[in-house]
Design a protein around this ligand. Structure first.
Ligand code: MN
Length: 355
């Protein structure tokens, strides 16, 4: 296992590499060319410049999160093969930069959804939260305004203004896409890129849907053990793997995360580890990583990763906003560093034989 942190890159992330470097155990960052829109081919010189900046700060790029998938591919528009070709060219550039892990998602319209980006907690921290009843009341067209008004001025991953300006068009695009069609489009995409992934040693790691149930009537195909098993079996190639995100899958109390981890032995290429607190049906909030602060058993999660021999990058996921820090929601330095140290402690105990 390699301990990493997500870093959004120069000009986007107020958390700097010199600070990340000081978090014990961290050797790598997970990053991306954040300004490049989905569908546009990456330029090798841009990625090499990013790599140099990371390496000049004593770290390495342990993986890309994300190379986003163009809507043409998700919806099987007449242009999809053209966009798959571009995606393949980007994978080649990633490989040329010495990087072998690519996280992506196959969600329709919204990459992730929250009803509150800064819910106050009794101790003065604030967290991102989700209430289905709030989402049910709002018009998806205005979802972007609701989210962006609370983003503290940051551009949120998956919520880029250029893309969200077209929310109505996006809903139109997905109007006739059901779960079955979306899955078939994912299968088509994966089968098309697998030869490239094999040739260049790229591990693809799909991120589960967040939250782990349908929102706004949109299709949803990566939300539980059954979906993940179908995905890895349909394209049964080790390069077709998973980003095991405990918080996204864990948003649904019906998902048994340690069981899901054990069922995916050999196919988890990247792990996002965070806790989540269930407040009731369709109602959850994020919490500190500590087991007792939320609803997930973080020891059981780390133990299952340890037991299956997980050896990819792992990063703490969204943390609380504490100590007055201003950051991308969920991506402050302070609480992620606390969470990371806690996860490192569990891992050390596992390595040394704790039962
Ligand atoms: Mn995640």
């Amino acid at each position: 296992m390699e301990m990493t942190m997500r870093w959004f890159g120069p000009g986007f992330d107020p958390v700097t590499l010199d600070k990340i470097r000081q978090v014990p155990a961290v050797t790598g960052v997970i990053t991306t060319l954040y300004g490049v829109p989905p569908g546009e081919e990456w330029k090798k010189e841009d990625l090499l410049a990013l790599k140099k900046e990371v390496e000049d700060n004593g770290l390495r790029i342990a993986g890309i999160e994300s190379v986003n998938i163009h809507d043409s591919i998700k919806t099987a528009s007449p242009e999809r093969d053209k966009y798959i070709e571009k995606y393949i060219n980007t994978l080649k550039v990633v490989s040329q930069a010495g990087i072998n892990l690519v996280c992506y998602n196959f969600m329709a319209v919204f990459d992730w959804t929250r009803s509150d980006l800064a819910k106050p907690r009794p101790d003065g921290a604030n967290v991102m939260a989700y209430q289905q009843k709030f989402i049910d009341e709002i018009n998806p067209d205005t979802m972007f305004d609701v989210i962006s008004a609370k983003s503290q001025g940051h551009v949120l991953p998956g919520w880029e203004p250029e893309r969200m300006a077209k929310v109505k068009e996006l809903f139109e695009l997905y109007k006739n896409i059901d779960d079955k069609t979306l899955f078939a489009n994912l299968e088509y995409f994966l089968k098309a890129i697998m030869p490239t992934c094999e040739k260049y040693g790229i591990l693809m790691a799909i991120h589960p849907d967040d939250p782990a149930w349908p929102v706004f009537g949109l299709p949803r195909i990566v939300k539980n053990k059954e979906d993940l098993q179908r995905l890895v079996k349909t394209v049964d190639n080790p390069h077709n793997g998973v980003t095991l995100c405990t918080g996204s899958l864990g948003s649904s109390p019906s998902n048994d995360i340690p069981d899901i981890i054990r069922s995916l032995k050999g196919r988890i290429h990247f792990a996002h580890v965070r806790n989540v607190k269930h407040n009731g049906p369709g109602d959850f909030e994020e919490s500190a990583h500590l087991s007792s602060d939320g609803s997930l058993d973080m020891y059981a999660i780390m133990k299952s990763l340890y037991d299956i021999g997980f050896d990819g990058p792992l990063r703490p996921d969204h943390g609380r906003c504490i100590w007055g820090e201003t950051s991308m929601p969920g991506y402050g330095l302070y609480d992620r560093a606390i969470g990371l140290s806690y996860l490192s402690g569990i891992w050390e105990a596992l390595q040394k034989g704790g039962k």
